[in-house]
Design a protein around this ligand. Structure first.
Ligand code: HEC
Length: 119
């Protein structure tokens, strides 16, 4: 890992210590995120985040951090979302997925997006 990455990782660890009300204090773990994603999101968003006939790909420019920030993930899981970007219909709320779970899932999604050059 390059030094730059270690520095930004350090910043994430420091920031997450602040305990923002809605977001869990635990450090997000992409490996845990992968398992949670497979269990709760892959049936619609695709095993490889490339979408299915039930939902759009999350590894897509539409979902880059600047367009759909992390709060969009917390909101979609908690409240569901109305079809507005695609023709798949609405996303139903996922009450079995906790905010702490979402933090792990986001870490996994962002890691995969970065590998695809989406940032
Ligand atoms: C039953 C199918 C289904 C499941 C399960 C599902 N989604 Fe979705 N999701 C959708 C659809 C359909 C959309 C697209 C709505 C649209 O047209 O913009 C969507 C959109 C989203 C969006 C974009 C929200 C926005 O603000 O535009 C996010 C983020 C998201 N899903 C995350 C997740 C995560 C994380 C999980 C797993 C915890 C998950 N979804 C599980 C169907 C699903």
């Amino acid at each position: 890992m390059k030094l730059k990455h270690w520095i930004s990782l350090g910043a994430v660890v420091l920031l997450s210590g602040c305990g923002v009300a809605d977001e869990p204090e635990q450090v997000a773990d992409p490996d845990q995120g992968r398992q949670l994603y497979s269990k709760n999101c892959a049936s619609c968003h695709g095993r490889m985040m490339n979408g299915t006939d039930q939902g759009p790909p999350l590894n897509h420019k539409v979902y880059e951090p600047g367009h759909h920030g992390n709060s969009a993930f917390y909101r979609a899981v908690k409240e569901g979302t109305r079809a507005h970007h695609w023709q798949f219909g609405d996303m139903p709320p996922q009450p079995q997925v906790t905010p702490a779970d979402v933090a792990h899932i986001i870490a996994y999604v962002r890691a995969r997006q970065q590998k695809s050059g989406i940032r």
